[in-house]
Design a protein around this ligand. Sequence first.
Ligand code: SF4
Length: 261
Amino acid sequence: MTSSVEGMRSQGASRPPAEEARRLSTELEGKPLPEILEWAVGRFGDRLAIGSSFGKEGLVVLDHLRRIRRDVPVLFLETGYHFPETLAFRDRLIKEWGLNVADLRAAQSVEEQDAEYGKDLFARDPDTCCLNRKVAPLRRALLGYEAWLTGIRRDQHDGRKGTPVVEWQELDPSGRGVFKINPLVGWTKASVEGYIEDHHLPHHPLWDQGYGSIGCAPCTRKLQPGEQERAGRWSGFQKRECGIHLMGKPPPPDPATADPK
Ligand code: SF4
């Protein structure tokens, strides 16, 4: 990277956003987390948000971000299905860290969704449930921002291997979208957990009870010994993502019609 973070703020204003995202990603690749966050806060200011369900990765990003700018909105998908422990952890962080959390809710309450689709949609069609309760509310909220931060790591699973530091995420067919900034892509599970312990960060109560990645209660189970960290999500389904990180991406090839080569 030849330019400083300051210099990067003034570049690229007129490029198509997808091309600008590629340029930024190349410049920020390998940069330390605080430097990427300082750049993001400097470039996007009040038009920057962070998405978090207060998992380990989000906690590491938030711990750095609050030292740079504490009032960046934290978009929390309040699906109506969270563990009480997750909601208590959210409230603890609001109180102790002064986070500016915005709860994003689905257009339908759980009861309204039950009435339209039948009870426990998550058990029959988790894609539609996630679309209603996660993807749609987040898409609506992101239309009010220019960029958002995530806690994605490349080594979480194969589908995240090629995640760039910055990507352009289209939100609707008219081409409106946001820059999605993934400042933790180069971190590993061990480095995230090491940071949490070394810096004595608060623990989600379920981390110490055998849970790995924690999402909605009906779609999260404890890990068995030796299982991969996200194995407890949507157990029994092929599903690996709720869909918020797939927004704006081409659908994966249909295995029934994919070229066998
Ligand atoms: S994680 Fe489960 S309960 Fe939560 S929105 Fe998705 S399918 Fe529904």
